[in-house]
Design a protein around this ligand. Structure first.
Ligand code: AMP
Length: 205
């Protein structure tokens, strides 16, 4: 099965992708994670990527599309998380058959609340939230025992910019997949377990 998860930053795409991986053995391909890994390497490409990610802007379409296509590379069971984010990117993978696009809907207030409390572990990409899913020991990952970080782009000013960018690009993308009749919407303002139940229903239909 080839799935796409769409939704604003903080709508829980990463969390749902990990749950889908466990339940359906689909490989999550997270554009944000791949870009952050490259940026952390400090390569020329990484430095180019940071010019955009640090400010909450989108990395150019051709660059991110090439990176994701390399990652897909003939695989048949995957979830794209955070890609495509623009109509151009969607068109860039038009030769790859997508079975279902799940749109995780959430309002801006929910998003800002979630993202300002989000903390991540660099080691295994485990995600916590100070308000909803705190780690057992403050600031330390339960699984890896490494320090948790507040992503630079999860700070309020950058969140606002990311949401602005998102609102600007999402409509044409939704229209594109609606027309292909593969778009399904799920309310993502609920707790993760509830959202996952809805996602499973949509997949099994
Ligand atoms: P995320 O972890 O999905 O919120 O992504 C973090 C940042 O990576 C975004 O704010 C963008 O700067 C960049 N990014 C992630 N996915 C894409 C994409 N599909 N196209 C362009 N930039 C992206």
């Amino acid at each position: 099965m080839r799935l796409i998860l769409l939704g604003p930053p903080g709508s829980g795409k990463g969390t749902i992708a990990k749950k889908l991986e466990k339940k359906f053995h689909l490989l999550p391909i997270s554009a944000g994670e791949i870009l952050r890994e490259e940026a952390a390497k400090g390569t020329l490409l990484g430095k180019e990527i940071r010019k955009y990610t640090d400010k909450g802007n989108l990395v150019p379409d051709n660059l991110v599309t090439e990176i994701i296509k390399l990652e897909i590379n003939g695989k048949n069971n995957f979830i794209l998380d955070g890609f495509p984010r623009t109509l151009e990117q969607a068109k860039g993978i038009r030769n790859i058959t997508i079975d279902l696009v799940i749109y995780l809907e959430a309002d801006e207030k929910t998003i800002v609340e979630r993202l300002s409390g989000r903390r991540i572990c660099r080691q295994g990409h485990h995600t916590y939230n100070l308000n909803y899913v705190p780690s057992a020991k403050k600031g330390i990952c339960d699984v890896d025992g490494t320090p948790l970080i507040h992503r630079k782009d999860d700070k309020p000013a950058v969140i606002k910019q990311r949401f602005k960018v998102y609102n600007h690009t999402i409509r044409p993308l939704l229209g594109y997949y609606e027309q292909k009749r593969i778009l399904k919407k799920v309310n993502a303002a609920l707790p993760p377990e509830e959202v996952f139940k809805e996602v499973k229903k949509v997949i099994k239909k």
